[in-house]
Design a protein. Structure first.
Length: 161
């Protein structure tokens, strides 16, 4: 029950953010939509994710880490694009991954893709690494360690017992 309340509130906040209407009626409408969505689709998904109360704080941290990385990457790409000389070195790197399960692998791949300047091109058939296209590869090891130390580490905290 607590999971449904938490996710409905998150969906309501997402609704307010997407509509741009920061008012109580908009929040209530988002909350109602969230309850309906969770009722229709959520029960099966929540059982698959197997989240409990100790997973919520790492999940909240993951959301904030993603938002911070999104902001930093947007500013970095903005500076690169508007600089007088386009000084970039694009390429594809191989990123080993340790997350398990199709949901969490997809979550990590999407977080990488949604961050400006990076794009998950392919997941290996054995789910052991990603191929990631980067806008600028100054130091391949630092890019891999950034992905592993931010997104992957926090995702593992969310789903590991």
């Amino acid at each position: 029950m607590l999971v449904e309340i938490f996710l409905s509130t998150v969906l309501a906040l997402v609704w307010v953010g997407l509509t741009g209407d920061v008012s109580l009626p908009a929040f209530v409408k988002g909350l109602i939509l969230g309850v309906i969505i969770i009722h229709i689709f959520g029960k099966r998904t929540l059982k698959v994710l197997d989240l409990n109360i100790r997973h919520y704080w790492p999940l909240v941290q993951l959301v904030f880490i993603f938002m911070y990385e999104l902001l930093v990457a947007n500013l970095t790409v903005l500076v690169k694009v508007f600089s007088p000389r386009l000084n970039i070195k694009p390429g594809i790197i191989k990123v080993p991954i340790e997350v398990e399960g199709p949901f969490w692998i997809t979550t990590l791949a999407n977080m990488i893709t949604l961050t400006p300047g990076t794009l998950t091109v392919e997941v290996s058939p054995d789910n052991k690494f990603f191929y990631v296209h980067c806008l600028n590869i100054d130091n391949e090891e630092s890019i891999v360690s950034d992905i592993k130390d931010t997104f992957e580490k926090k995702i593992q905290e969310v789903y590991k017992p």
